[in-house]
Design a protein around this ligand. Structure first.
Ligand code: PEP
Length: 250
């Protein structure tokens, strides 16, 4: 039985005061939610504040990025240990915006996944095809290449800790959600690949989230799919009411 994960990615939105106001409004709204891991991913400056406010609650905190080194001369970067120290339990890695605007590669994603696991954090590892790749019939080839490269060298014992987020790039921030059938098809394919790489037990345990214009209106039908274990939510995670509505999908 896989515990579902509903994670909100605030991207580069919300000051510290706005983050605090969100958490104060949000926590009572999700107080009754059982059996769902809820995660907030604020910008770096608000991370420790959100972590302190959610400490001892069912809500966890993720960073939106991380560096793979433990420390060093990497101006502007933040290490896994520093994130843990600030109260994060998860790190989003390889979001398509990082791949698109910051030249993040599968090799870099792979190094980050391994570093984050070694530090005792949970990687939320994003992958997905672009519109051109889907239209060219290359979806499965692309996500297979990403999954294999991003998880290369990860020990089978660590693999169930990894959360995979399938985010078709054409569905992110566009209002175009993959249909439940399109999402399920890719999720089942990814789980099959995990089985091939790490074996059946890992494939049964690993959580695969869907991301791409998830909202209160479509979360229930997505979550009803057998291989969809949660959602990574951008726009609809910015308002406490709408994100709580998603976390309360059942
Ligand atoms: C995201 O940023 O990961 C995302 C899925 O965004 P949105 O929900 O706005 O499409």
């Amino acid at each position: 039985m896989r515990t579902p994960v509903i994670a909100g990615n605030w991207k580069m939105y919300k000051t510290t005061a706005e983050s605090q106001a969100f958490v104060k409004e949000f926590l009572p709204l999700v107080a009754g939610v059982q059996g769902v891991e809820i995660v907030l991913s604020p910008p770096f400056p608000s991370l420790s504040v959100v972590a302190a406010l959610t400490s001892g609650t069912k809500v966890g905190v993720a960073s939106q990025n991380v560096h793979f080194a433990a420390e060093g001369a990497y101006t502007g970067e933040v290490s896994p240990g520093m994130l843990k120290d600030a109260g994060a339990g998860y790190a989003i890695i390889g979001h398509s915006e990082r791949r698109q605007y910051f030249a993040e590669t599968d090799d870099g994603v792979n190094r980050k996944v391994k570093a984050v696991l070694a530090a005792g954090l949970v990687p939320i590892m994003c992958l997905g095809e672009t519109l051109a790749e889907r239209e060219a019939g290359r979806t499965f080839e692309v996500v297979e290449r990403q999954l294999r490269a991003d998880l290369s060298g990860v020990a089978a014992a660590d693999a169930p800790t990894v959360i995979v987020a399938y985010e078709p790039v054409w569905a992110i921030g566009t209002g175009k959600t993959a249909t439940k059938e399109q999402a399920q098809e890719v999720h089942a394919f990814l789980r099959g690949l995990v089985k091939e790489i790490f074996g059946g037990l890992v494939a049964e345990k690993i959580r695969i989230l869907y991301g791409g214009s998830v909202k209160t209106e479509n979360i229930a039908e997505l979550m009803a799919q057998p291989d969809i274990d949660g959602a990574l939510v951008g726009g609809a995670s910015l308002k406490a009411n709408s994100f709580a509505g998603i976390a309360k999908y059942r």
